[in-house]
Write a protein that binds this ligand. Structure first.
Ligand SMILES: [Zn+2]
Length: 289
């Protein structure tokens, strides 16, 4: 990963526009209808929303914000956010197409999030859990210092309180290159916290959603005792074009999808969104937590 990580684009999505939020709906006016990227048909937006943002025709799983995800999986009114006081800064005074400090303010305004992860505690079908969700709308859900620190503290809290830990990843951006080495070290820090949690007997369920890439996929997201993935999610390290440019090999079609990864033993189960809450609760019970 060293070679790949040293290229600024390697942990960024392709094309690497970090200001890009959820996928734009091209060719269909904003409002009542959505064009489904899965089946290409126009679907009634309200109906999609009622089905947890899943296409009624083809079961394509649309983007879900971190806040909506929490609403979907946590028992109503039980979620308490933690570590919101940790706010991102621009320690390297980094600039690409715009200054990172400005980008942060813009992303915060646009998404209503302070950074790309929400962490806290709540109940899932009356089972108390520590929960983190990353949001691909905030600089592609990438992990900078704040995401890493919130996760590490949550894992330490779960260790101390003996809580099952659920992390739902939607991070196309991997490690956040705007913070350089400070973002890369979050991979080690969060992984170390998970190792201590594991030694203490904790149960970590990692849920991979579209997309989970780069330094996020290469650290905590792959370290679950159980790894679930949503159908047809893009999961991998570098994007196919980066790999091709680096090693000059054409890779099999669909090699970074949930289905391919299940077939090759990288994940444990594909769980459609409508079953996620139930399946997390069931796994907690099976594992006696
Ligand atoms: Zn569809």
């Amino acid at each position: 990963m060293d070679i790949l990580e040293s290229q600024p684009n390697s942990t960024m999505p392709e094309p690497s526009d970090s200001s890009q939020g959820p996928p734009k709906k091209r060719g269909v006016p904003e409002g009542l209808w959505l064009k489904c990227p899965g089946c290409g048909t126009s679907v009634y937006k309200k109906e999609v929303e009622q089905r947890l943002n899943v296409c009624p025709k083809c079961e394509h799983h649309f983007y879900v914000s971190a806040a909506d995800r929490i609403t979907q999986v946590v028992d109503e009114g039980t979620f308490e956010a933690m570590y919101e006081h940790l706010q991102p800064t621009d320690p390297l005074e980094f600039s690409d197409r715009k200054r990172y400090a400005e980008r942060l303010v813009g992303e915060q305004k646009r998404t209503g999030l302070s950074d790309a992860a929400i962490t806290g505690v709540g109940m899932i079908r009356a089972r108390r859990v520590a929960l983190a969700v990353t949001d691909s709308a905030f600089i592609m859900g990438s992990m900078g210092s704040v995401v890493g620190e919130r996760l590490a503290r949550l894992i330490e809290h779960a260790t101390a309180q003996n809580l099952p830990l659920i992390i739902i990843s939607a991070s196309g951006g991997g490690a956040r290159m705007h913070e350089g080495i400070l973002s890369l070290m979050q991979m080690a820090k969060v992984s170390a916290a998970l190792a201590r949690y594991d030694s203490a007997g904790g149960l970590f369920i990692s849920v991979l959603t579209n997309p989970t890439m780069g330094g996020v996929a290469a650290s905590f997201a792959s370290l679950g005792d159980l790894v679930f993935a949503e159908p047809k999610a893009l999961i991998g390290f570098a994007g196919p074009r980066t790999i091709k440019a680096t090693i000059g090999i054409e890779l099999p079609e669909g090699f970074q999808t949930s289905e391919f990864l299940l077939e090759h033993g990288y994940i444990d189960r594909i769980v459609p969104r409508k079953h996620l809450k139930t399946e997390i609760a069931r796994a907690i019970d099976y594992c006696g937590k």
